[in-house]
Design a binder for this molecule. Structure first.
Ligand SMILES: *Cc1c(COP(=O)(O)O)cnc(C)c1O
Length: 383
């Protein structure tokens, strides 16, 4: 849309306002946001708890660097660490998902003294040089090579291949508990447990990239809690500040103790951490992860009933849902937006991805199912 931005793809819908799961364009049209701009607004758009916290903080103290203690930062660190499994005891804030993974890989290297990284096929960990090196798709990588070396890829979900790849020269295994960009891929049972066992045996760090799966979306605050597996390093971003730009790394003591010099100027700024504290507090106190679990079950059941034979699969956990289509996902997403005022996201060529705000209600879920039915299984919606 912009004459000055040479990167961003354009969706010709000029948006100006948001509330809950709804977005409104400048001409007043209401859209159901089933993508939450890549899972960035778990509490829905312009949630009052976050808006109030940010407005108060920006007027009081907009920024000081992280060498000064500031209450909003202290509160955000405490809330983030409390939300993660026992064993993850300290955290560090950065500004994005790729920066969180970049830090995770650096911390793993300095804590282990090793450099080898094991990543999975179809992974996505971000677009800075280190995270990109652990990202699968050649389209994102090739034009920028050489990237940070020493990354070996193993097939996602294959416990045997993973066990074989990890040895005493491994610094880290980095995995998404459920892959997002790669197509909403849920690993087979026991895969994350195997990752835990083999990294423990080798003395390597297990990194879970929860940038997309975290913040309550899968029914627990963190997807690793569903599997009962605690990593050594957990990374987050996207929904962490309900739309404000912030990432975080939560680590076990041995990683914190072995972390060499690392920081960022904007780390844990007062305004973005005010957003983090408000977001996590509201998610936890109002039990939105449990709502995500039940709405996710409802949506998945309704989608399977409605779309039936017209799709290859409906998969995911909670409100992280992928619909594997028999045809292109881009076209379906465009049709949904233009003809049904529903905003969804592709994840790869044939997977349509639903990442609605966790606050989506049953009426909105029904609207989503109706729209998807009309686009994907039009014969049935006519009858
Ligand atoms: C989006 C994403 C990233 C990158 O986050 P940015 O904030 O865009 O840098 C990393 N990992 C996963 C799993 C993601 O979904």
């Amino acid at each position: 849309m912009s004459d000055h931005d040479f990167i961003s793809g354009s969706k010709p819908i000029p948006l100006e306002r948001g509330e809950g799961s709804s977005l409104y364009s400048t001409d007043g049209t209401e859209y159901l946001d089933a993508g939450a701009s890549y899972a960035c607004t778990p509490l829905g758009h312009s949630h009052p708890a976050v808006v109030d916290a940010v407005q108060e903080q920006v007027g009081k103290l907009t920024f000081v660097d992280s060498s000064f203690p500031v209450q909003s930062r202290e509160d955000a660190y405490a809330a983030l660490v409390a939300s993660t499994p026992d064993g993850l005891e300290s955290a560090w804030f950065c500004n994005s998902g790729t920066e969180a993974n970049e830090a995770a890989l650096k911390f793993a290297r300095s804590a282990t003294g090793n450099s080898k990284i094991i990543a999975a096929t179809r992974s996505f960990h971000g677009r800075t040089m280190g995270s990109l090196a652990a990202t699968w798709k050649d389209k994102y990588k090739k034009p920028f090579e050489p990237l940070a070396g020493d990354v070996e890829f193993v097939p996602y979900g294959d416990s045997e291949e993973l066990a074989e790849a990890v040895d005493d020269e491994t610094a880290a295994v980095i995995l998404e508990p459920i892959q997002g960009e790669g197509g909403i891929n849920v690993p087979s049972a026991g895969y994350l447990e195997t990752a835990r066992e083999v990294t423990d045996e080798a003395g390597a760090a297990l990194v879970f990239d929860e940038v997309q799966t975290g913040m309550g979306r899968t029914g627990s605050m963190w997807a690793c809690q569903n599997a009962g597996v605690t990593p050594d390093i957990l990374t987050t971003a996207k929904g962490l500040g309900n739309g404000l730009p912030i990432g975080g790394v939560v680590v076990a003591d041995w990683i914190a103790d072995g972390a060499a010099s690392h920081n960022a100027t904007f780390s844990g700024g007062p305004v973005v951490t005010a957003a983090v504290h408000a977001t996590i507090s509201t998610l936890v106190e109002e039990e939105w992860p449990a709502h995500a679990a039940s709405m996710g079950d409802y949506l998945t059941t309704e989608l399977e009933a409605r779309l039936g034979d017209e799709v290859r699969e409906v998969r995911g956990e909670g409100l992280l849902i992928g619909i594997e289509l028999k045809r292109g996902a881009n076209r379906a997403a465009r049709d949904l937006a233009i003809n049904h005022q529903v905003l969804a996201l592709p994840a790869g060529r044939t997977v349509l991805r639903l990442l609605p705000p966790l606050v989506i209600d049953q009426e909105e879920a029904d609207q989503l199912v109706d729209a998807l039915g009309a686009v994907i299984a039009p014969d049935e919606s006519d009858s």
